[in-house]
Design a protein. Structure first.
Length: 429
C-alpha cells in the first residue's frame, strides 16, 4: 500500500506536508488511526490524523499560532489548518498513553510516550495502525492488518478492561462492525453484552451522535440487530421495550424495513423504529406523536430533526388510500421538505410487512411528475382580498382563505378572477 492512490486529494497532500514539516524539524510523524484503516479498505478517509512525538507546544511553535488551534491541549491534540479550505484541517496528536479512567469515559491524565504505546491505547485493532506516508508503509503494532483481512473487529488488549475504561467504545464497536460489515470478535462481543447496561454513563450527546451515524448508514439494519442483541438498544432506547408498545415481537419486521429503507438520512430510520410509540387511535396528531417528541427531546435531538421524525410518523398514519384523497391533501404532503423521507419510510414499511406499497408508489409517481411550484403554487388571494369584502377580522377570514386555497389546489379554479368570484359567492349569504 502506498499513498499514490490519494496523491490528488488536497487533504491527503496537506496531511503529507505536515508529516514532512515535522520530520524536517527532527520529530517523528505518522498518519494514525481511522485514515490508515480507511485507506487500507480503499475508502477515502473522512479526515487525516497525524501522530507525533512533538509536544503540543512544539507543534504550535512549528506551524505558528495563526494556523493552530489547541483543541485538546491537555490530551496533546492540536488542530493545524490548511491555507485553503480544500486542504481542510489535520489533528496533530502527541503520542500518548492514557492514565486511569474516571467517569467511564475520560482518562484522568495522559502521559506522552512512544508510537507503540500510543497504538495500544486506541480502541480497536483496525483503528490502531500508523502509516508512514513518505515511505508508503503501514506500521502495525496491534495486528490491525490481519484483522482487516479477516474482516474482524477486535478490541485492542482485554476487551472487558477497554470497555470498562470508556463505555462509548461499545457503541463505536457496533458502528464499525456494522458499517464495514465485519464480524465481531467473540470476546469483544461478550464484553459488550456484559457491560451494555453501563452505556448510560456516556453523555446523551455522544450516544445520539453514534446512533445517528448508524441509522444514517445503509447497514442500519445490521446496526439495529447488533444493538438489540448486545443489549445496548434497551439501554439507549428503553421506550422501545417498555409497556404495551414493546418492539420485541416486531424485531424481524423492523430489521427488514430498515434494510429496505432507501435514504441517506437517519430521521426516516428512527421514525420506523419509533412508529410503535405513536397512538394510532388518538384524535389529535399532536398527542399521537407526543411520546416520540418526548423521546427525541430526551435524546437532545435538534428541533428540526425532531420535527422531521414526528412529521414522518404523523404523515405515515395519513397515507392510507392516498390516491383517493383530494389534491388539497396530497399536494401539501408532497411539497413538504421531508416528503421523500416519508415516502422512503412508507415504501420500506410496506415491503417489510409484505403489503402492497400502492400509496407510496402513487405518491412517488405524482411527486416525479409535478414541480414544487405545482405542488405548492402561490396563493391566488390573500387576507386583504377577504377584508375588502367587508369581512371583519377574525377566524372567518382564515376559513374563507382555506376554502379558496383548497379549490386552487384541487384545480377547480385556475386564476385570480376565479378565486375572487368564488370568494364573493362564499362571502355573500
Ligand atoms: P471515523 O472518523 O470514521 O468515525 P475514526 O477511527 O477516525 O473513524 P475518530 O473518532 O475520528 O474515529 O478517532 C480517530 C482515532 O482515535 C481512532 O481511529 C482511534 O484510533 C482513536 N480513538 C477514537 N476514539 C477512541 C476511544 N473512545 N477510545 C480509544 N481510541 C479512540
Ligand atoms: Mg476520524
Amino acid at each position: 500500500m502506498t499513498h499514490q492512490s490519494s496523491v490528488s486529494d488536497p487533504r491527503s497532500e496537506f496531511a503529507l506536508a505536515i508529516v514532512r514539516q515535522l520530520r524536517s524539524a527532527g520529530f517523528q510523524a505518522l498518519w494514525a488511526g481511522g485514515c490508515v484503516r480507511d485507506q487500507a479498505l480503499g475508502i477515502v478517509p473522512k479526515d487525516y490524523d497525524v501522530a507525533t512525538d512533538a509536544t503540543p507546544a512544539q507543534v504550535i511553535q512549528l506551524f505558528g499560532e495563526r494556523r493552530t488551534v489547541p483543541i485538546g491541549a491537555s490530551f496533546g491534540v492540536v488542530l493545524v489548518t490548511g491555507t485553503s479550505r480544500r486542504q481542510g484541517q489535520v489533528e496533530v496528536a502527541t503520542f500518548r498513553s492514557d492514565g486511569a479512567y474516571v467517569d467511564g469515559r475520560h482518562p484522568q491524565s495522559v502521559r506522552y510516550c512512544s508510537a507503540r504505546e500510543d497504538a495500544l491505547r486506541r480502541d480497536f485493532t483496525i483503528n490502531g495502525m500508523f502509516f508512514d506516508p513518505i515511505a508508503g508503509t503501514v506500521i502495525d503494532y496491534v495486528e490491525g492488518l490481519e484483522d482487516l483481512k479477516r474482516k474482524t473487529l477486535r478490541a485492542i488488549g482485554d476487551p472487558l478492561a477497554r470497555f470498562s475504561e470508556d463505555k462509548l467504545r461499545m457503541l463505536r464497536a457496533v458502528r464499525f462492525a456494522t458499517t464495514f460489515q465485519f464480524h465481531m470478535d467473540e470476546s469483544t462481543a461478550d464484553a459488550i453484552r456484559l457491560l451494555s447496561h453501563q452505556i448510560t454513563q456516556v453523555s446523551t450527546e455522544r450516544i445520539l451522535q453514534e446512533l445517528k451515524r448508524m441509522l444514517a448508514h445503509p447497514a442500519r439494519h445490521l446496526a439495529f440487530t447488533m444493538l438489540h442483541n448486545t443489549g445496548l438498544l434497551p439501554e439507549i432506547l428503553p421506550e422501545l421495550y417498555s409497556g404495551p408498545h414493546s418492539i420485541i415481537s416486531e424485531i424481524p419486521v423492523l430489521q427488514s424495513a430498515l434494510h429496505k429503507l432507501e435514504s441517506v438520512r437517519f430521521e426516516p430510520a428512527l421514525a420506523i423504529l419509533l412508529q410503535h410509540l405513536t397512538h394510532h387511535d388518538s384524535s389529535s396528531t399532536a398527542t399521537a406523536v407526543q411520546p416520540v417528541r418526548d423521546l427525541c427531546r430526551r435524546l437532545k435531538m435538534a428541533n428540526e430533526e425532531t420535527d422531521a421524525v414526528c412529521w414522518i410518523l404523523d404523515s405515515l398514519n395519513q397515507m392510507d388510500h392516498l390516491a383517493s384523497k383530494p389534491l388539497h391533501f396530497l399536494k401539501p404532503l408532497l411539497a413538504h421538505r421531508n416528503a421523500a423521507e416519508l415516502l422512503a419510510a412508507s415504501s420500506a414499511l410496506a415491503a417489510a410487512r409484505g403489503q402492497p406499497a400502492d400509496d407510496a408508489e402513487f405518491a412517488w409517481h405524482y411527486l416525479s411528475r409535478h414541480s414544487q411550484s405545482e405542488l405548492s403554487p402561490e396563493p391566488l388571494i390573500n387576507g386583504s382580498d377577504v377584508m375588502a369584502l367587508g369581512i371583519p377580522q377574525g377566524p372567518q377570514i382564515r376559513n374563507l382563505l382555506t376554502i379558496v386555497r383548497n379549490a386552487q389546489l384541487d384545480e377547480q379554479i385556475q386564476n385570480r378572477d376565479a378565486a375572487l368570484a368564488l370568494l364573493r359567492s362564499l362571502a355573500t349569504p
